[in-house]
Structures are given as C-alpha cells and as structure tokens.
Design a protein around this ligand. Structure first.
Ligand SMILES: NC(=O)c1ccc[n+]([C@@H]2O[C@H](COP(=O)([O-])OP(=O)(O)OC[C@H]3O[C@@H](n4cnc5c(N)ncnc54)[C@H](OP(=O)(O)O)[C@@H]3O)[C@@H](O)[C@H]2O)c1
Length: 229
C-alpha cells in the first residue's frame, strides 16, 4: 500500500487534532501545522503520536506562510498528498456590525489561507497523479441551510464552498477536493454543550482524506452523506 502524507492546518487542538490522530491510526504520516509549533508538539505528545507526526509552523493570516511551509517540506523530501484545510476562526457579529478587522481576519484565515495552501500543495499532487483535499466548511456556509451564524463566518465558509466547486473543475480527476460540515462539535469554537465529540466531527474529514479512486469530488458532505450547497 502507498504511504500517504497528510498536512492538517490547525492540527494542535479541536477537530484538527482529532483528524491528525484519526489519520495516524489509519497509517497516514501527518504534518501537523500550527500557528504555535510548541502547541503542535504538545498536541502530538498528547496523542502519543510523535513518531508519525511532524510539526510545522503555519499562520494563515501571513500571506507568505503557506509557500514557506511547502518549501520547507519539499527541502526535507516530504511529499504531501493529502491537504486538510481545517483551521478557521469564528468572529461574532452580523453583516452590519462585524468590525472590518474581523472581516479581514476571517477572510485571510478561512478563505485566502486555505486557497494559498491549495496553490502551494496541489501542483505536486497533480504531478504525482494522486491527491485529496478536504475543506472544513459548515452548515452555516450553506445557502440551502440559510447561511445562519455570524456573517463573517457564514460568508467565508460559503466562499470556501465556492472554492471547492471551482477547484474540482480545475484539478485533474486524480486529485479529489471536497467540502464537509463536521456537525456541532465540542471544541473551543463549538463550546462545551455541542452534540458531537471531536472524533465524531473528524470522521467524515478522515473518510474524504482517504477516498478510494472511485470516490466523489466537488461535493459537500456531512456524516458521510452529500448535502446541498
Ligand atoms: N466546532 C464546531 O461545532 C464546528 C462546526 C462547523 C464547522 N466547524 C469547522 O471545523 C474546523 C475546526 O473547528 P474547531 O471547532 O476544531 O475550531 P477550534 O477549536 O477553534 O480550532 C481552530 C484551529 O484553527 C487554528 N487557527 C486559527 N487561526 C489560525 C491561523 N491564522 N493560522 C493557523 N491556524 C489557525 C487554531 O490555532 P490556535 O490554537 O493557534 O488558535 C486551532 O488550531 C473549522 O474550520 C470550523 O469552522 C466547526
């Protein structure tokens, strides 16, 4: 079996950490990308997975960070063929009250950063003839579900969904790209009263990250089922 390597953004806590652990458990090597590499190392130790996890610094609000991370990995001979765009922020406020600084932060983290990650890592996947991209979206980014939730979050998740559709048209069929909603998950973002564990939230992302060659591309999923944009 081919040994795959996944990069997970925001892998130091929450759903991202559970995705890292789930991928390690399926035999995938993991690059855990974190704003604070020490938090990333601590997360890897907590999972007893230091052997299968390499930690890389990545701040999606820094426009050069994705390309720098890709260049470091290339120099180290690490070929990423699974990209999980997990990191995001959830600023409060409706479309009229949300501060400009929060709009900018949500855009750069939730959309531009994910987009730059795709541009930095998919050329290698396409050249090698195999790749999987998973975009952690939300029901709050779904037109069909009413774009509920704070405006900067909903609008940027809808944009991430749009990016998913656009990429599926552009990428070769060997590189699959899908968006997913993890449900309401007990993390710092989801809060303590959420209905799902981080492992339950990670499950569909792990499935999409390891899809077989006849698996779907250009779709939006929750609990392994296709949902409407
Ligand atoms: N939890 C839910 O109920 C829920 C529901 C629907 C969708 N989602 C989506 O699922 C994904 C994971 O959510 P979560 O609940 O695990 O969130 P979380 O607990 O708030 O974790 C967010 C992660 O993103 C990282 N991050 C934030 N800004 C970053 C930046 N500029 N550069 C790099 N990393 C950054 C954080 O790093 P730091 O530790 O450094 O802050 C953290 O690792 C997100 O895309 C979220 O929108 C979650």
């Amino acid at each position: 079996m081919t040994q795959h390597t996944a990069l997970v953004t925001g892998g130091n806590r929450g759903i991202g950490q559970a995705i890292c652990k789930g991928l390690v458990d399926t035999g995938v090597s993991v690059v855990l990308a974190a704003r604070d590499p020490e938090a990333g190392q601590a997360a890897a130790r907590e999972m007893n997975a230091d052997h299968a996890i390499r930690v890389e610094a990545l701040d999606l609000t820094d426009p050069g960070s994705a390309a720098d991370c890709a260049a470091r990995l290339e120099r180290a001979g690490i070929l990423v063929d699974i990209l999980v765009n997990n990191a995001a922020i959830l600023p409060d406020g409706d479309a009229l009250s949300v501060p400009e600084t929060d709009i900018e932060a949500a855009w750069s983290t939730n959309v531009r950063g994910a987009w730059q990650m795709v541009r930095s890592f998919t050329p290698g996947m396409a050249a090698r003839g195999w790749g999987r991209i998973v975009n952690l979206s939300s029901g709050w980014g779904s037109f069909a579900e009413g774009l509920g939730g704070p405006a900067a979050y909903s609008v940027t998740k809808a944009a991430l969904n749009a990016l998913t559709v656009s990429l599926a048209r552009t990428l070769p069929a060997t590189v699959k790209v899908n968006a997913m909603c993890p449900g309401w998950v007990r993390t710092r973002m989801g809060g303590a009263t959420a209905t799902r564990s981080p492992e339950e939230g990670a499950d569909t992302a792990i499935w999409l990250a390891t899809l077989p060659d006849d698996g779907p591309t250009g779709g939006f999923f929750r609990s392994h089922r296709r949902i409407d944009w």
